[in-house]
Design a protein around this ligand. Structure first.
Ligand code: NAD
Length: 462
């Protein structure tokens, strides 16, 4: 039972929450589940890629608006009402990749208006636009960003666990490149991702979308003994991966439990060891076979040592930067530069975990914010450095996730943190895990150098 279920799952908890003026947050659709209602497709001038992407996923768009003539129907007070759908749509995909002019944004308004109160719970708004760097002229560039303003606001106005996200399509990207992103966004895997925008370009090597994308592939997860790391290990194992679960020797029992449960292997290792990268490769070669390569490495292990900067000593400063950033860089460095048995695959996926603290800063967390903003900087730098290779580097930036780490925050402060987002609740570790799995998916080769917030559109840094 997570903290949320503890509060709302008992009559006493419900009573207290009601007294505090807290409504029960919507239950989010999770996992590899599709919306139940139809997926509606709205195409604006010059689009087409969304239809092709949906078709690749075997999705036939549902019925269009019943009444497209906006403002035609009126309520009893004579106010214009948006047209309605016969059946509540589960999602709307708006292909705005051809939108270049301010006046064309009206088309997005027309498509979205009936949806705002007409989507099924945990519904989806998915916008596709052309990346500003790919369009000519000031108006077109401004309009591309304007679509993100729509996205972020729609995310805040939607109710009942529905989300809105925007995909900026880069030049040369095909429907095949977009398919893994579209399926992630439609499915429950993206439950706690809302109000976000990220870029998808052409993959160097294309793969088809599959329900078990990591079949026979080795995935290394650091900090896998508990919390988000354990959820990551379970999620990759569900999707077919042979997981190497890494954690410190002190967490050995919990680590073994996770590894056994998912039929993976455990490696007791402090990732700050100078030779951690070498130890990981040797473990993979010894336990899984010398011919095996690491498909994905998930740098999840992280610590907090919170103090106001006035009280922050060198030790608390250094330990956080070493675990959260320097260790990750040393491991990457070894694996990228040594073609050894058990080393990195040619098309490997490298993913890290940033944080909204790194995006916006957080009182008492200078060390942590430095390390997590550093993880984002590393992702952007590695995208450029590895631009000629099919390896991708990405990160997630979780907001408030229900784990032992956040369980240590005092109750009232915790309740405020978990509530201040568009979904009115904290995320579950699996929400972070699902987003990482999407980024590491073989079919996500066109997603590179991105940091995706998994925060329910947290107000912090939004
Ligand atoms: N929980 C949240 O709300 C939240 C928000 C943003 C980011 N994050 C990040 O997500 C990641 C996981 O967070 P969590 O909440 O599950 O934390 P957690 O404390 O519950 O788990 C972290 C795991 O990392 C392991 N670890 C720590 N130092 C290590 C080392 N030197 N070598 C190997 N393993 C080590 C720990 O033993 C532990 O099992 C961290 O990077 C954290 O900063 C968490």
């Amino acid at each position: 039972m997570n903290a949320l279920e503890m509060i709302y799952g008992t009559p006493a908890g419900k009573f207290v929450a009601k007294k505090m003026g807290l409504n029960e947050p919507p239950k989010l659709r999770r996992g590899r589940t599709m919306p139940t209602g139809p997926v509606v497709l709205g195409e604006l001038d010059g689009g087409g890629i969304a239809r092709e992407t949906l078709s690749l996923l075997g999705i036939t768009p549902g019925q269009p608006l019943l009444d497209v003539a906006d403002n035609r129907t009126k309520d009893e007070k004579g106010r214009a009402q948006p047209p309605r759908y016969q059946q509540k749509p589960g999602a709307i995909v708006i292909d705005a990749t051809g939108v270049r002019e301010i006046t064309q944004l009206e088309g997005i308004r027309q498509l979205l208006r009936p949806i705002m109160r007409g989507l099924e719970p945990s519904g989806r708004v998915i916008l596709l636009a052309t990346d500003a760097s790919e369009v000519e002229g000031l108006e077109a560039k401004a309009v591309a960003q304007g679509i993100d303003g729509i996205n972020r606001t729609v995310g805040k106005e939607l109710r009942a666990g529905s989300t809105s996200n925007l995909v900026f399509v880069k030049g040369g990207a095909t429907a095949q490149d977009l398919a893994s992103t579209m399926s992630f966004l439609l499915e429950g895997r993206s439950a706690f991702v809302s109000g976000q925008a990220w870029r998808v370009g052409p993959a160097k090597v294309q793969h088809e979308v599959s329900p078990r994308p990591f079949e026979g592939k080795v995935v290394v997860v650091t900090g896998a003994a508990r919390g988000i790391g354990a959820a990551i290990a379970r999620t990759f194992a569900r999707d077919g991966a042979e997981v190497v679960a890494v954690d410190i020797p002190q967490a050995g029992d919990a680590l073994a439990k996770v590894a056994n449960e998912i039929k993976g292997s455990a490696l007791q290792l402090d990732i700050t060891a100078e030779d951690a990268g070498e130890k990981i490769a040797k473990h993979v070669a010894r336990v899984l076979g010398a011919e095996k390569k690491i498909w994905a490495i998930v740098h999840n292990a992280g610590i907090t040592r919170d103090r106001m900067l006035a009280n922050l000593d060198e030790k608390l400063w250094g330990s956080v930067l070493d675990v959260n950033l320097a260790a990750e860089m040393r491991i990457n460095d070894y694996l990228l530069n040594n073609d050894v048995p058990g080393g990195l695959a040619d098309e490997a996926r490298i993913v890290g975990i940033a944080s909204t603290s790194g995006v916006a800063g957080n009182k008492g967390q200078t060390n942590y914010a430095a390390s997590k903003a550093g993880v984002m900087g590393l992702v952007w730098a590695m995208r450029d450095e590895l631009a000629d290779q099919p390896i991708t580097t990405n990160a997630v930036a979780p907001g408030f996730i229900e784990t032992e780490m956040t369980g240590a925050i005092p109750f009232l402060q915790r309740e405020i943190f978990r509530r201040t987002n568009s979904l009115s609740q904290g995320g579950n570790p699996v929400d972070v895990a699902e987003t990482l799995a999407y980024l590491c998916d073989p079919a996500s080769g066109g997603v590179d150098g991105q940091v995706i917030r998994v925060c329910g559109q947290n107000l912090v840094g939004a």
